[in-house]
Design a protein around this ligand. Sequence first.
Ligand code: NOJ
Length: 539
Amino acid sequence: MSTNPNDWWREAVVYQVYPRSYADSNGDGVGDLPGITSRVPYLRRLGVDAVWLSPFYPSALADGGYDVDDHRDVDPRIGTLEQFDELVAALHGAGIKLVVDIVPNHSSDRHAWFREALAAGPGSPERERYVFRRGGGADGELPPSDWTAAFGGPAWEPVGDGDWYLHLFAPEQPDWNWAHPDVRADHLRTLRFWADRGVDGFRIDVAHALTKDLTEPLPSKAELAGLLDGSHPLFDRDEVHEVYAQWRELFDRYDPPRTAVAEAWVPAHRRARYASPEGLGQAFNFDLLKADFDAAAFREVVTDNLRFAEEAGSSSTWVLSNHDVVRHASRYALPPGTDENAWLLSEGKDPVPDADGGLRRARAATAFILALPGSTYLYQGEELGLAEVADLSPAALQDPTWRRSGGEQKGRDGCRVPIPWTAAGPSHGFGSGGAHLPQPSWFADVAVDRQDGVEGSTLEFYRQALAARRRLRTGDDLTWLPSPEGVVTFTRPGGWTVLTNFSHPGVELPAGRVVLCSGPLRGNLVPQDTTVWLEDEPA
Ligand code: NOJ
């Protein structure tokens, strides 16, 4: 185990705050920085090591803030730079680090450089900072290729003068041209700007997409399929690591060095370069988002990822929920293999979720990942056992996915509803002016004030787990123990044993003193859907 304080990130519990949906201090329906600052005592009590703030930059919210107008400012609805400094001071005063989101693949279409590019016209140097191409056909009326965007629809948008620009996400998110020196220099300036303000680390959005090979003729969408390992023109190109090597130099000029974690949707064996000490240092592993609640599946993900992290010279990351996926209490409430989007779209929610079972499994899975070597990323509200708000009406939806897919994809709003702090009162304590996404009435039952101090509540379970982990965490080693089918057992150095019963009717409690249970034990048996942590009894 590293005793170097600069290695804090290796085993950190990082809590993701989606700023617009956390706490609204001024009653305008949108969460803000003073709101987050007011919750620092709550975060301290929860026991997290760091907070990751999703984008809080000026934005038209075409993609929940991932469409950034100005990467070196705060959206006026969310606060001011002074309030940002106050948040940093409050977090640091509570011993909590701060990680901010950097969105380097695209800006918003309101960014000053994009407006200049539009005004300057075809062939201008201003357009070279983005990815403009002439359209096909007699008057440029056809897109340069048939590529599609992540949220649906074409990946090219015409600007009316025969040029089209590339956007891998929404049309309001034009992709930067990373071959341009201005783009590189400007991002270094952004990183310095926040690092100088005391930010401890960065979460890098779509880290695998920055550098592109747009040599003509552009391949068709069909030709892109199956291009992997550096050969795809848009994703995971080897040149992207030159960018991160430069960023690493910048991070290492700070004391303590700034950290970074890559959001890189690449095959597991390609993650190492993003996570290497010469690169960003750590990369998200999203494998558990796709795994069923199943002993063999979980064990395989852990074995593979511990190996990948070691090969990269990094530590692994564990994620069960974030702002892009159905909350894990709901995922585990559905039969394995359920098409989550079809479920979200279905009238009356078919299949009917097993809410109690989902929560039981969510708590067991959380206790499982919190006992692993590496860092754990938690998403706001999961400490309350929040389920997905699955029945938002189409009129309420904000995620561009819904509109861009022509209503075929419901999108991600169901995990972004402002979280409930109080059972009673306007918007369940989120703020006095209502919530920007409607909260369901069942939020009252799971509000913070309903769980605070209540033995067995999910909130108290998270607090207990984080406190025990802080005491027990012991570096990179893990040893698997033989277990019956449907059960996974491992030990960590220092006499820490962890058992998760995924599907066994009831397995005998291992020896030791129980320090954490994700649910009630049945005498000496650990029931299905339960994780237990034990510590060796003193000799
Ligand atoms: C990944 C972010 O997590 C997601 O919310 C966003 O829509 C895309 N990147 C585009 O920035």
